[in-house]
Design a binder for this molecule. Sequence first.
Ligand code: ATP
Ligand code: MG
Length: 435
Amino acid sequence: MKKNKIQALRGMKDQLPIDITCYQKIERILKQVINSYGFSKIRLPIVEKTSLFKRAIGSVTDVTEKEMYTFQDRNGESITLRPEGTAGCVRAGIEHGILYHQEQRLWYIGPMFRYERPQKGRYRQFYQVGAEVFGLKGPNIDAELILMTARCWKLLGISHYLRLELNSIGSLETRKKYHNILISFLRNHITLLDKDCKDRIYSNPLRILDSKNPHIQELLKDLPPLKDYLDIESSHHFLGLCDQLDIAGIPYHINQRLVRGLDYYNRTVFEWTTNSLGAQGTICSGGRYDDLVEELGGTSTPAVGFAIGLERLALLVRNFNSIPIPNQIIDVYLITKGEKQNNLGLILSEQLRDNIPDLKLIRNSCEGSLKKHFTHAMKLGARFVIIINKDTEGAEELILKDFLNNTQKNIEKTNACSILTTLLRMHLTTHDISI
Ligand code: ATP
Ligand code: MG
């Protein structure tokens, strides 16, 4: 009896080879830009103690209340698959003493996990590229992070479809003061609030500001804006940031309702959003979190960072075909027919790999028809096929076929390796030669 198939968990997506070329291209561009701003890579565990996220993200946020993958390990300790990268990065920074009185620019890439309702652009396992800077308190670095993301969009050809939303949520004291204003305003309109907002009034009233419910947004029009309550240092910081963005020519939209979902932010918050992906339009978000290092047991250290959602970014790049995605998996497909020829093919392909380490070559002995191999080679994007065959006298014969120019020629057997090395090296540097 045929057994039931086991399928992937809901919201967990496989990335097949056909998707990977797009991701790799995007990741290469992001990495190049991030490196060019002097960041170092950090690799962090996927699981952490649950208490880390509760303390960092806040215990009354959507993420900690509803979205965490939390388990008990065999020792009965509560552990959680990381829902985001900042908390782990700060934990590691404190643990290894690399934040104390130092300037650090760190970046990471990897999977995050949130138990959310899966839909386009929203998965239970998704990938983020994140960057965090420690030890710098002025607005220059906030601006630099935004410029760095803007450069990524430019190189990915999607600047046109993205909009930068910016806000300052001030200091902890600002927010405390504003909470009271907000709570009394909401209490006066309690009958007009939806359940979500009612639940949030006392636990996390600031989150009501970015409610997706249009009635709530309409109601909030009469609320005095948070900027009227900003502390003076935060106002200066924000003006400094806006100045820098103006000087760099980066357009932005100040959005008084932007507060962000995680508790650790203060002062600058920002998001890059698009209208082209439906409801899941935020592809990058970030901000300042000057109190988090101390909150997690370190010495008070200013910090700012962002995270990019790679799936949403890839959807956008694909939507607009904004960069060429290579479909070439290999350069050369080598086919041999006969045992002696197979041995020659083995030696030749290893020599070619010695001579040209970047060369992508597949070797196959020809069991079916040559045509079948040609089709396979074309599907893999190969430019060349090398055929090692038996000639009419039974000796080995080498043929090089160029798919691009639709030509083929015989290669002299005794010099085959050096002729092919020269030719293929040229191909790899120019990707545009003929034989
Ligand atoms: P959203 O409002 O869409 O739920 P968020 O505020 O929860 O986003 P952050 O915690 O700021 O998101 O994460 C940074 C980025 O990671 C988001 O801007 C988004 O691009 C991506 N992201 C967040 N959650 C998911 C998810 N479940 N699936 C795919 N991408 C995600
Ligand atoms: Mg979310």
